[in-house]
Design a protein around this ligand. Structure first.
Ligand code: FES
Length: 107
């Protein structure tokens, strides 16, 4: 299982083991890491799982789909070039060491 690091807006950092096939949203929720809400349960319809992916890993994950891109317009915090919805980013071994920054707010 790859380890990924989630960093909250406050600077609190959590390095956790992430199961292959889980999403970054599920990893955050399963580890009780505040900063990801995941209100819709992962069906890409709430944008409360917005996160910023370490740019070094952007080419290791599939690009945003159209729906994800649309939903990011509703994110509470500024959407940036490395913004993703955590429920759309699936863990693979290639993501070992990935850093995910959580935004200031999801609501
Ligand atoms: S959990 Fe709702 S869009 Fe990701």
């Amino acid at each position: 299982m790859p380890k990924i690091t989630l960093i909250q807006h406050s600077g609190e950092s959590y390095t956790v083991e992430a199961a292959d096939g889980a999403t970054v949203m599920e990893v955050a929720i399963d580890n009780d890491i505040d900063g990801i809400i995941g209100e819709c349960g992962g069906c890409c319809s709430c944008a409360t799982c917005h996160c910023y992916i370490d740019p070094a890993f952007l080419d290791k994950i599939p690009p945003r789909g159209d729906l994800e891109t649309e939903m990011l317009e509703f994110a509470s915090s500024e959407a940036k070039v490395n913004s993703r919805l955590a429920c759309q980013v699936e863990i693979t071994d290639e993501l070992e060491g990935m850093v995910v920054i959580l935004p200031e707010t999801q609501l």
